[in-house]
Design a protein around this ligand. Structure first.
Ligand code: APR
Ligand code: ZN
Length: 365
């Protein structure tokens, strides 16, 4: 079928909104009519060439929609299901999946921006077009692996469902599944975009005592207070490490999170952690960038430095938990999504992200 999609032909160029060819779903795949797609910084990393990806490609990995067709042998979803799209469709058979870490599925990692059989369903001008995260939801329709859809029991607004597909699961998951924040503890979150605000919501859910939002923009910091931040630190004014230490009686925070993506902010997250502090890196730094830490401090203060990918979550069981938390009023997704765009406006949507507009943007179809 012909569908409208935003194609990235080259690094550094605006996305090209045009018609592309989309094949039928093959065995174990489903066709989804996309309802909403989130404007996440991860796509921006590819557009800027900060992270490698096969091109041409249809980006978009934070999405939700409705299943309209199932390929042969599909058992995990049915026509008409509202689904959240997962950008790590777990194979269920590799070592990572079998050990319960389906967010790190080996087969998904090995096949990159292609479907699980290594081929693409998207084509344009005689070329194969790749699928970011096997989602490629900057398009009216997407063919995705059946393990990459999470059907919802009750329907929720598409833009909120889309957020659960990336920022919310990544951020809330980092707080509760990766770091396992303990009640009453102190938390600092560097970077308060869609993902950072979700870490803050996760910290609030875990009953953290002090939640310190750190950003370089005042509007972001004010906005963070709505999601559970108790204190704010403007990193553009003064050294954020010093400020977080001042707010925590000189100790530093028990849990710190890096949610922007750079070597410098990773180092800052490490430096502002308390003795026995847990440092969780969520943001994706430009490829090859390194973060230097004081190797002796690591030992003498028994700090833990860890990464968190997709919130250490298992999409098919943990995303429904996020939906329940939203429905019971414990996750404020209604305030999180503040800007709506059409697919034709996608380049403007990314310009707004670059300008640092508050909250999350979403494309509505
Ligand atoms: N210190 C603190 N905050 C900063 C700094 C800095 N030096 N530089 C930028 N920021 C803030 C921005 O002002 C913005 O509020 O970080 C925030 C980043 O938010 P978004 O651009 O909305 O990014 P988001 O989509 O939340 O993704 C954050 O997580 O999943 C990864 O790839 C993603 O690396 C990205 C990160
Ligand atoms: Zn994302």
């Amino acid at each position: 079928m012909k569908v409208k999609a935003a194609v990235m032909w080259e690094v550094g160029q605006p996305l090209d909104i045009r018609e592309v060819d989309l094949d039928e779903p093959k065995a174990g795949e489903v066709l989804v009519k996309v309802g909403s797609a989130g404007i996440c910084r991860s796509d921006r990393h590819f557009m800027h060439g900060d992270a490698p990806i096969a091109i041409p490609v249809v980006l978009g990995h934070e999405g939700a929609g409705t299943v309209v067709q199932t390929g042969p042998g599909v058992t995990l979803a049915s026509e008409g299901d509202q689904v959240i799209l997962s950008f790590v469709p777990a194979c269920g058979r590799c070592r990572s999946c079998l050990e319960g870490h389906s967010n790190l599925c080996d087969l998904h990692a090995a096949t990159g921006a292609n479907m699980l059989d290594g081929t693409t369903r998207l084509h344009a001008d005689g070329k194969d077009v790749h699928h970011m995260g096997k989602v490629a939801c900057f398009a009216e329709y997407a063919v995705v692996p059946e393990t990459g859809v999470v059907p919802l029991a009750d329907s929720i607004p598409m833009d909120k469902a889309a957020m659960i597909g990336c920022s919310v699961t990544t951020g809330v998951g980092a707080a509760i599944y990766s770091a396992e924040i303990k009640p009453g503890s102190t938390v600092a979150v560097i970077g308060c975009g869609g993902v950072g605000l979700s870490v803050i919501m996760g910290a609030a859910l875990a009953n953290a005592g002090q939640i310190i939002a750190v950003d370089i923009r005042e509007a972001q910091l004010e906005f963070a207070m709505r999601f559970g931040a108790t204190h704010t630190v403007n990193a553009a004014d003064q050294d954020p490490v010093r400020q977080v230490k001042d707010l925590t009686g000189g100790r530093g925070a028990d849990y710190t999170f890096e949610v922007f993506g750079s070597g410098d902010t990773t180092k800052a997250a490490y430096d502002m952690a308390a003795k026995r502090g847990i440092v969780t890196v969520v943001g994706i730094a430009p490829w090859g960038q390194e973060a230097s830490i004081n190797a002796v401090d690591l030992v003498r203060n028994e700090k833990t430095l860890r990464g968190s990918y997709y919130g250490s979550a298992r999409s098919r069981t943990d995303m429904p938990v996020m939906v329940d938390l939203y429905q019971s009023g414990k996750l404020n997704l209604d305030d999180l999504v503040v800007r709506h765009y059409t697919l034709d406006q996608i380049n403007e949507a990314y310009a707004d992200l670059d300008r640092g507009e508050i909250g999350r943007g979403a494309i509505m179809f």
